[in-house]
Design a protein around this ligand. Structure first.
Ligand SMILES: Nc1ncnc2c1ncn2[C@@H]1O[C@H](COP(=O)(O)OP(=O)(O)O)[C@@H](O)[C@H]1O
Ligand code: SF4
Ligand SMILES: [Mg+2]
Length: 485
């Protein structure tokens, strides 16, 4: 332990500068697909395919989209757990896109990630004290008053007891484990925290608690958040702005309240249809909702033109041929659509719907919506935030999106248990990282963070066909960690 942590203590670090804390330009991540003995590249998974956005100091940017849209990849790119294939990532004015291990070292303290799975992300063999203090060891930081005292302070900060220091992860519930993960992420007083579906794996009843805890900590510590979710209900109350992702692209970016009031992108509207409403009185209103049919197409060969055209009920010929750019249609409001909702049509001459669009359009009768609302579990109220309910849409091209979306919410949202994640390499990669994401990243940073993250990802991807590779990859992922101890 060498340098003293100058930021240790209780004072919050608040970013005041007007410039954005994070600036992303044309960010791309293509995972190569290799086949055969010679491992020739035969294609690429276009997980993130050219996105631009900024994260302002002190704000919460929510990022939503169905499973497989590239949200986690985006999170790993901006935290530099993955090396971008193209584009630029600027943190606080410094280009960190291709910084090597040494170059990234100072930023590792400033940028932290909270992972989805509170069960897999804490090493079961380590005590809570050892897990939360790992960032200090890895960064050679000696906080004021010593590591143990600081860790106990952090445990209290996240609503746990300092006495939990010597306990093991299995002694805690999912919600408590996620609190431990949050304590670990906050240990080095980061400036930006990227939380990848932080409450998706938690029981509905405690999701709100954890989200509220994160919200309180933001005010207290002057944090900037990027919160990833596959459902709008989780990010709705905490996000200042929301970016909606579809197949590796941002399709809408807007102020949170504005987005809810009047979604402009048909996909956003569909996602909103999946958000349940909390008011039981309104559950009996007539409803029309948008039902998104089918799964997200493969990012290996995304649809031409607008990537959403195969599932959009408004799609016309131009949607198939020409990709709509992300345009600022109103101040602070960006949308990528030829025929946006609640805004001037960008291609008014193009009026003939594609066949697929006609098929996509479906009005769910009120009776069935009400019937399914009855079976909806109490916990799906938006206050507690149901995250498992992903848009399985159903469309109406009317102009009162709010009423529609809200009324729609009373219908039971088809639950989709993320089958994509089970079969796709991304999640395998995630599994590798889940063993001890932060600690691993920290250790890796000493050697080769990006390569390791990538290597683990690749090895895990290979696991699909060769189970033996899985154990090996997991071992590799664990190895440096034990070295570091
Ligand atoms: N390491 C990887 N190798 C190959 N493909 C990957 C890898 N990581 C992610 N992908 C693919 O990229 C796409 C986006 O994945 P991901 O970022 O995990 O989406 P989301 O978090 O929105 O569910 C998926 O199709 C996934 O299979
Ligand atoms: S209307 Fe066309 S451009 Fe807009 S989301 Fe639908 S398919 Fe894409
Ligand atoms: Mg994900």
């Amino acid at each position: 332990m060498s340098d003293t942590d100058t930021r240790a203590g209780t004072t919050a670090v608040t970013d005041t500068d007007d410039k954005p804390l994070l600036k992303v330009e044309g960010l791309v991540k293509h995972f190569p697909i290799k086949k055969g003995l010679l491992q020739r590249q035969t294609g690429a998974v276009k997980a993130v395919d050219g996105i631009d956005f900024e994260v302002r100091r002190g704000e919460t940017l929510g990022v939503v989209g169905e499973s497989g849209c590239g949200k986690s990849t985006m999170g790993r790119l901006i935290t530099r757990l993955l090396e971008p294939s193209g584009g630029k990532v600027e943190f606080d004015g410094t280009d960190i896109t291709h910084l090597d291990t040494g170059g990234m070292r100072p930023f590792r303290r400033d940028i932290q990630m909270i992972f989805q799975d509170p069960y897999g992300s804490l090493n079961p063999r380590h005590t809570i004290g050892s897990i939360v203090s790992a960032p200090f060891r890895l960064q050679n930081v000696e906080p004021e008053g010593g590591v143990k005292k600081e860790v106990q302070r952090l445990l209290e900060l996240v609503g746990l007891s300092p006495e939990h220091y010597n306990r093991y992860p299995h002694e805690f519930s999912g919600g408590q484990r996620q609190r431990i993960g949050i304590a670990r992420a906050l240990a080095l007083k980061p400036r930006m925290v990227v939380a990848d579906e932080p409450v998706s794996a938690l029981d509905v009843s405690i999701q709100a608690q954890v989200v509220n805890l994160m919200d309180d900590l933001q005010d207290e510590l002057g944090l900037t958040y990027v919160i990833i979710a596959h459902d709008l209900s989780v990010v709705r109350h905490v996000s200042d702005r929301i970016a909606v992702m579809y197949l590796g692209k941002i399709v809408e970016l807007a102020d949170g309240a504005e987005l809810y009031k009047a979604p402009m992108h048909p996909y956003t509207k569909a996602l909103l249809s999946a958000v349940p409403i909390p008011d039981p009185k309104r559950r009996h209103q007539k409803s029309e909702r948008i039902l998104l049919k089918g799964d997200v197409p493969s990012p290996i060969a995304p649809p031409s033109g607008c990537r959403f055209h195969t599932r959009c009920w408004k799609a016309t010929e131009i949607c198939k041929t020409t990709e709509p750019p992300l345009l600022e249609v109103r101040p602070g409001r960006q949308v990528a659509c030829h025929h946006p909702e609640n805004a001037e049509d960008q291609a008014p001459q193009d009026t003939v719907l594609l066949t697929a669009a006609k098929e996509a359009a479906e009005l769910v009768p009120e009776a069935s919506a009400t019937a399914s609302a009855k079976t909806e579990p109490a916990g799906t109220a938006e206050s507690s935030g149901t995250v498992e309910s992903v848009a399985q849409a159903e469309p109406v091209e009317k102009t009162e999106p709010v009423e529609k979306a809200e009324a729609a919410a009373k219908a039971k949202v088809a639950e989709k248990t993320e089958p994509v994640e089970k079969t796709e390499p991304a999640e395998k990669a995630e599994a590798a990282e889940k063993t001890e994401p932060v600690e691993k990243a920290k250790v890796a940073e000493k050697t080769e963070p990006v390569e390791k993250a990538e290597a683990a990802a690749k090895a895990e991807a290979a696991e699909k066909t060769e189970p033996a590779a899985k154990a090996e990859a997991a071992e590799k992922a664990e190895a440096p960690e034990s070295d570091g101890k």
